[in-house]
Ligand binder design. Sequence first.
Ligand SMILES: Nc1ncnc2c1ncn2[C@@H]1O[C@H](COP(=O)(O)OP(=O)(O)OP(=O)(O)O)[C@@H](O)[C@H]1O
Length: 506
Amino acid sequence: MGASLTEVGSRLAGLMFIWGTIQQLFPYTIRKRFESLWHRVENYFYPYVQITIDEFTNGKSNEIYSQVNTYLGTKSVNKYAKFLKVEKSKNSKSFAVSLDEGEEITDEFQGAKLCWRSHKETMPDDSTGHRSRRSNSVPMEKKSYTITFNQRHREIVTGKYLKHVMEEGKSIQFQNRKQKIYSNNCSEDWYWYGKGMWRDINFEHPATFDTLAMDPKKKEEIINDLVAFSKGKDYYSKVGKAWKRGYLLYGPPGTGKSTMIAAIANFLNYDIYDLELTSVKDNSGLKKLLMETTSKSIIVIEDIDCSIDLTGKRKKKKKKETTSEDQEEDSDSSAEKESSTENKESGKLTLSGLLNFIDGIWSACGQERVIIFTTNHKDKLDPALIRRGRMDMHIEMSYCKYEAFKVLAKNYLDIETHTLFPQIQGLLEEVNMSPCDVAENLMLKNTSGGPQICLDKLIQALKEAKEKANKDSKEAKEKAKQNSKKIKLFSTKLVRSFGSLQKLFK
Ligand SMILES: Nc1ncnc2c1ncn2[C@@H]1O[C@H](COP(=O)(O)OP(=O)(O)OP(=O)(O)O)[C@@H](O)[C@H]1O
């Protein structure tokens, strides 16, 4: 294609010379006729259109260039281009392949053939002999891509193809970027240096849904829900809802709530914003934090029942102010009103502020966002905070059952079956042990021992837990027996003294 373009170029140069002569010799009307004829001739010899995409425009890096670069990287690998460059940026988890200078690559889209070419131009020296340089951040080399195509495909290219290239490039860049975890628990210096309200580090948690030990049906339900959410752009816009979803993870300590968050983040390839409510001064601080979060992210509030007292005040007030049970149930609107009064009074973080954070008008400042609360005590939370629509899915993380144990055995011991499994299954039906404790017993501390030692250790731990549970329940029963005896004795005494009082007054 390059050779034929050179030939066409020299023919065009000849034609241009003729055109220049015509322009000088002939009057306007004749020139007009020649002009239309010229365009036809031009199109006949060179029916191509060229678009240039520069790396920098007006001194700023051009986002489209970088997306094109990424897109062509995938094409060049597929089409075996000869001269490629490999780069790795700080925020990318994999290498990026791109075309070297002067390399060409062809692409096809909806029947249109396109030729991409990479260019590099060194900026000319200025009069003082120094190389021109617009700013420190702009390199002295000017890089660009040109795309050449037949003009009959102009509409396809400008209307659809370039959009397709940018979307593909953006999506590949998103997949390749390093995930981050952000925390709002920053030192004063951090704010002082204007680094924003969130501090980030790379997120490299290995948890996935494959390694998460839980009931397989429940796991599948969660995965399906996440898939539907991530593909739900059109659906959310059709029903007029902000594109976000809330998950409440509840259950005893060590049942995998934090592990589940990591698995969700890895599944969706989202960043995590770990929101520490105790570091938030007031409602407006919470709003600012929200505004600094990006789309495609998970906002997490762990142990929400312990974070701040968002419930106590309101419940006490409600008891004073309301009498009927129905009113007690109707928590939402009154909670917001009461908490907003509280807010005006004290300028603190309130339940109302948090509710606004989750689904107020400002919560729509980013797209594709997941909000997760975790708690060990679901019953302690204000119903308004976790009602469906705010926390769309309530996920119970429970004690380790046999199916979950099998996942842990595969993770930790690399076994899918063993003669000791039935015994363990029986014990797990009788004993409540968290996946965390089960996992601890399955850790191969001495590699020469093999799985048998770990499984024996687990059986021993389960037996001990069973014994303890039996002992505890016996003690509890005994206590209850004693209590009921005491109550009986007290009530007979009360009846007797009531009888003697009656006699006395008679
Ligand atoms: N369901 C699970 N699947 C796989 N590993 C688990 C699971 N639950 C717990 N673990 C293991 O136990 C450790 C502690 O679990 P995790 O921190 O996720 O529990 P948690 O429910 O968040 O606890 P807490 O309520 O105390 O914060 C994890 O590092 C993980 O290795």
